[in-house]
Write a protein that binds this ligand. Sequence first.
Ligand code: UD1
Length: 436
Amino acid sequence: MDEIRIAGGKPLYGTVSVQGSKNAALPMMAASLLHRGVSVLKGCPKIADVFCMEEILRELGAVTWWEDHDLYMDCTYADGTEIPCAFTGKMRSSVILLGALLGRSGMGCLGYPGGCVIGQRPIDLHLYALRKLGAVIEEGPFLISAMCGRLLGNEICFANKSVGATEQGILGAVLAKGETCLKNCAREPEIKWLCRYLRGMGAEIQGDGGDCIYIKGVEELKGGDMQVPADRIVAGTYLCACAATRGKVALTNPPEGELDAFLEVYRKIGGQYKVKSGKLVADGSGVRHALPLLETEVYPGFPTDLQSPLMAVLATIPGESHIREMIFEDRFKAAAELNRMGAGITVTGRDAWIQGGSPLHGCTVYAEELRGGAALILAALAAEGETTVRGYSYICRGYEHICEDLAALGGVIMKDTGTDLYENIHFSEKTADQYQ
Ligand code: UD1
């Protein structure tokens, strides 16, 4: 059964380690295709989306293997150029492989990307970037086909900021002939991590982290070798779990400087935090202030990926809070499920008003996407009684061991196997790695 059960009502206490970042690892995996040899990503999260990307690389001819949490990708013979819908439909990030395929082989054909249903999620900006680099692209009913000789450097000015399209442009430009200037780029940390990885492979890139990125194409790249950074969204989710249950939680391996907007909100609602000996130590016991208006924004603003987890926290705070979702048009799916648990959330278009403070109670709820699913787990931890969260596989797309981590903090969580994780894991000082 694709479900977990949670007995809520206990504050979380203890220490957990933050897994490697999904959104950093996936484009780095795509970048690994640009070298005809072995690349390695250390501390790569073992999550469904990474396994899916690994499967796609293998479909293209790569040989991959794991050594503990290090993912090795030998792309010497990864000369396939077609990725069927059966693969691409599972994951949004599959689309950025198009730039990598064009950079490597001059052609690529793939199904349309899937991923979380949180809005329309067009790919026009991705295709615009590749067309500007000289690709000829046909958009069929089921497949996108692209051809080029060698891509040619150009000026690419994005109409809107997009993380994926910026990554697409970078992946296309690093092996293109000549220079590329990408303007109005997204500034999310994952773009900097991708550029750092590519620079380690020999790419010439400047300006990442800012609006304009300059790339001088090179003839070839060598193997990549990098530690995957900590996942800022997982870290934020665990801090929300701490706030929702009014607990005290320390994160080892926290993402440094990438959570500022979130932490500012944490403080506004009454949470406290400090960085001590490399740990991010949070105290949610004073969380009590409703939030008059929070808008999600592109980085460095408040991340849309933490909007649903924060909504679960706000549902526990007396008074009216207001969230406006500015990035995706349909990202309030968790609200209806939270209401079944007793939350008072009204959604109108991009706005959600949360009338918080009524006690949450356990019931059966359904995760429909990754971050909304995580929000249901947090609400369940704060609720009285037992909650069954169905659709657990959505959550596994991005969280490597959310149940084990929260159980290590004292959460009472049962997987469908019938294992009471809390009974098995009493001491919260253990790190997640000990539960492999
Ligand atoms: C990435 C993240 C996702 C996060 C999002 C915003 C990965 C794997 N996923 O998704 O977790 O929620 O950034 O921080 O890194 N858009 C277009 N045309 C395009 C591309 C995007 O109109 O060609 C729009 C989208 O519909 C959305 C906005 O741009 O409204 C931002 O999307 P984008 O930054 O591209 O998100 P993703 O890269 O898909």
